[in-house]
Ligand binder design. Structure first.
Ligand code: ATP
Length: 215
């Protein structure tokens, strides 16, 4: 079977607490720049590096926010598989599982520069690299040369296929948005209107005053 028959699927994994424009722009850029057939949003169930979360939304709320954010984009889909699993969620397990279920698919795992820098601390990085292409985007103003250097090391160490995603530095994080909510500041334009409404209506992030999108 020739390469043309293979599906090209992006994976946008994250806690999405809440989902914001950084995630959405990364996913759309990957779709466009790497000719992906679709980008699958994969909210993590219980990520090992975030077990101390106390100020966050529930799993159901995070899932709903992702669903609302990607509604209307025909090449974005939502995969709740990691959330259904009990215990900690590891990207390596998820990718092995996906490859087993869909051997005709090539996966492109989309990450920001902070994830790129901490990649060696992830569980079984070599298994991740065997099962996907990594697409990394700049974040926190990290110099492209620093990213290239890290990418070179990951290629050497794990045989990673890894590419730079062309995106502007998008200065937003879920942590910052949660803090802003608690301070009563507006999240408008940092999250889609439907997500903003949902956060307001459900009093998510410590019950600050609801801010309707149409106010
Ligand atoms: P938190 O602030 O709670 O840690 P976050 O904003 O980093 O959350 P996550 O859901 O943890 O969001 O991120 C999922 C993936 O998206 C990670 O690989 C992260 O690096 C990437 N990402 C998130 N926001 C940005 C951004 N503004 N620019 C580039 N990459 C981003």
């Amino acid at each position: 079977m020739g390469d043309t028959a293979r599906r090209r699927v992006g994976i946008m994994g994250g806690t999405f607490d809440p989902i914001h424009i950084g995630h959405l722009i990364l996913a759309e850029s990957a779709y466009e720049q790497f000719q992906l057939d679709t980008v699958q949003f994969l909210p993590s169930g219980n990520p090992p590096h975030k077990t101390d979360r106390t100020d966050g939304a529930s799993d159901g709320e995070r899932l709903e926010m992702v669903a609302l954010a990607i509604r209307g984009n025909p090449h974005f889909t939502l995969d709740a598989e990691e959330m259904r699993r009990t215990g900690l969620s590891y990207t390596s397990d998820t990718l092995v599982c996906l490859k087993r279920q869909h051997p005709d698919t090539d996966y492109y795992f989309i990450i920001g520069a902070d994830s790129l820098l901490s990649f060696d601390t992830w569980r079984k990085p070599e298994i991740i690299c065997q099962n996907c292409v990594l697409l990394a985007a700049v974040r926190d103003g990290l110099a492209p040369s620093a990213m290239e250097e890290k990418m070179r090391k990951l290629r050497e160490r794990y045989g990673a296929e890894i590419h730079l995603l062309q995106t502007p530095n998008i200065d937003v994080s879920s942590t910052k948005l949660r803090a802003w909510r608690q301070e009563g500041r507006s999240l408008r334009y940092y999250v889609p209107d439907a997500v903003l409404d949902y956060i307001g209506q459900n009093g998510i992030y410590r019950g600050a005053i609801p801010i309707p999108a149409d106010s």
